[in-house]
Design a protein around this ligand. Structure first.
Ligand SMILES: [Zn+2]
Length: 407
């Protein structure tokens, strides 16, 4: 029998731990949901030769509750996000959208959380009003908390008023706003407008920034603000995205998916998009979803593998060559394991012993055609039904139950 202590103490040995600043071959120790400098000799030991361990990824921008809402069926390119929002208003009447919105918001938020976790994103910045389900102990991912936000300068019907929300945000917390999401004059003037309103300082996290000019970017770096880059969403809506180099070199750029309404399937797909461009070095790809994101969003215990950091991890096979490419370029079904708070949450079936040792009950699932084990606490059938490519696999008892039902 596994003791309670053994459940929360583990040592992952033989793998290489990867961070933007370098690699380490030392065993990764976990205690009580955090990374520890050491664990007792009786801690659960897992040998992971030929594997790499990355910090759990940070998705710096999503709208968790709309990931199962069908996107706008158009290839039209918009001059700015406000034109896209106008087009979307009519789309809200479509039967498929109405049906998707019939699902309770709590279930849709959990679905957005699970979508992220399946792709190794263990922490998400949700750019919408708070909801009580986000505080549930079994919510699939960790969230950016205690932040200020407004929706956008040109869209005052939703979200807190810009100046009031900014003024109420403590100096040591981030304040989020969609900004310069467009290619026209409206988008190009938004940074100056924000500055005039007195809402540009080191708290300001500007999502998209497609319309920013070089001077704007220098101004952002000088004020210590940050930008969240969502290239897939930008390309789809606006036919263009920002040049990431200067912001990434300054460590002021993070990566977000946006929701599936406009963006990529998940953060791994977004990373593939980044890798397809040639502006950034491979270690910068990793920074966008780990250390840089954590710095910009002021979450010092995330996106890292140092003692005291949350034990949120992504385990992958070492594919040889540049280690970052063992993560960037693969899809979610290829992840070997995703760990949150020191416990495996989704992993390949050969990690069954690890789940047992951690005291995590599992259910068998299929993810994009591959068998996996998923923590039972995350296997709400209503949530799973919303996720394409994710299916519960029948167990022996389930099959027996169906058979009985037939008679
Ligand atoms: Zn957004």
């Amino acid at each position: 029998m596994v003791t309670r202590s053994a459940q929360t103490h583990a040592s992952l040995c033989g793998a290489t731990c990867l961070l933007p600043e370098g690699a380490s071959r030392a065993p990764l120790q976990m205690r009580g949901g955090y990374i520890a400098a050491s664990v007792p000799a009786w801690a659960y030991r897992l040998d992971l030769p030929d594997h790499l361990i990355f910090p759990g990824l940070i998705n710096a921008h999503d709208h968790l509750h709309v990931n199962a809402v069908p996107p706008l069926a158009t290839t039209e390119v918009f001059a700015n996000s406000y034109a896209w929002i106008d087009a979307f208003q009519a789309h809200f009447g479509a039967p498929s959208v109405e049906a998707a919105l019939q699902v309770s918001k709590a279930v849709r938020l959990r679905h957005g959380g699970l979508k992220n976790l399946l792709a190794g994103a263990t922490c998400v910045a949700h750019h919408d009003p708070w909801h009580e389900v986000l505080d549930a102990g079994d919510f699939p991912v960790a969230l950016l908390r205690d932040y200020g936000w407004s929706y956008a300068l040109g869209w005052s019907f939703y979200g807190p008023p810009v100046q009031q929300s900014f003024a109420r945000t403590p100096m040591d917390r981030p304040w989020l706003i969609h900004l310069a999401e467009g290619t026209d004059a409206t988008a190009q003037t938004e940074l100056a407008q924000l500055d005039q309103l007195g809402c540009l300082d080191s708290r300001s996290i500007l999502v998209h920034g497609v319309g920013l000019c070089e001077q704007d970017i220098e101004r952002i770096i000088a004020t210590g603000a940050g930008v969240v880059w969502c290239p897939t969403s930008n390309q789809r809506l606006l036919g263009r995205t920002l040049h990431p180099r200067r912001l990434a070199d300054a460590g002021r750029l993070a990566l977000g998916t946006d929701s599936r309404l406009s963006g990529s399937r998940d953060l791994l797909e977004e990373l593939r998009h980044v890798a397809a461009g040639s502006e950034l070095e491979t270690w910068q790809w990793l920074g966008l979803v780990t250390a840089d994101a954590a710095r910009i969003l002021r979450m010092p215990s995330r996106g890292a593998l140092h003692p005291g950091a949350h034990a949120d991890l992504v385990v992958v096979e070492d594919r040889g060559g540049d280690p970052v490419r063992s993560l960037v370029g693969i899809s979610r079904a290829q992840l070997r394991a995703v760990v949150r708070d020191g416990l495996p949450r989704i992993a390949d079936p050969d990690f069954a012993d690890w789940f047992d040792a951690a005291g995590v009950e599992t259910v068998p699932i299929t993810l994009d055609g591959r068998p996996k084990l998923l923590a039972k606490s995350l296997a709400d059938p209503e949530v799973i039904a919303l996720e394409p490519g994710l299916e519960l696999r029948p167990t022996h008892s389930g099959a027996a139950f169906s058979l009985e039902a037939c008679y």
